[in-house]
Design a protein around this ligand. Structure first.
Ligand SMILES: [Zn+2]
Length: 185
């Protein structure tokens, strides 16, 4: 990440909106924003599948559901936050993954400039490619500040996105059952 470029851009931005970038409250803002960027967008250079490496053998073929994984991301259309919960279900095929690893996988996908639909796809594909379960289902529920602070200004509006792979895509009744367990049925 080019810290100098981010700082210069923030200085220009402040000037552009008519602010005085030299006033005390703003003097250190460019530097602060630049430092924040590595935290907010640190997932860009990381592969979300690579953290799903802690696998345990399992004969169980019942779906595993990890729900209510909190995430915060930044919308690439407006550079405003969107945030909410991710639910991940998978049907093991000989192996299960360490549950905290799924949380880390979500974190990597969220710490990028994103759109919610694309983040849902990236999480589903990461889980599928990392340990090849026989089915994956990812649901993301999110509130977008670009719908709350501007535009339609509808606080509380939730956008829900789904992705299914494998048995969840082939058998809609299985996906429906899982949605009910996610509290969305
Ligand atoms: Zn937006």
């Amino acid at each position: 990440m080019d810290i100098d470029k981010i700082e210069a851009a923030v200085r220009l931005f402040l000037e552009g909106i008519g602010e005085d970038g030299s006033r005390p409250g703003l003097a250190e803002t460019p530097e602060r924003v630049a430092r924040m960027c590595s935290e907010l967008f640190g997932g860009m250079g990381e592969n979300p599948a690579s953290v799903l490496c802690k696998l345990f053998p399992s004969e169980d073929r019942e779906p595993v559901l990890v729900r209510d994984i909190d995430f915060q991301s930044v919308c690439e259309h407006h550079l405003l936050p969107f945030f909410g919960k991710v639910h991940i279900a998978y049907v093991p095929d000989g192996e299960v993954v360490g549950l905290s690893k799924l949380v880390r996988c979500v974190g990597i996908c969220a710490r990028r400039l994103q759109i919610q639909e694309q983040m849902t796809v990236q999480i589903a594909d990461a889980v599928l490619s990392a340990f090849h379960p026989s089915g994956v289902m990812v649901v993301v529920e999110a509130e977008h500040m670009c719908m709350t602070m501007r535009g339609v200004r509808k606080p509380g509006t939730k956008t829900v996105t789904f992705q299914t792979r494998g048995v969840f895509a082939e058998r809609p009744e299985l996906a429906d059952r899982m949605l009910a367990r996610m509290g969305l049925g």
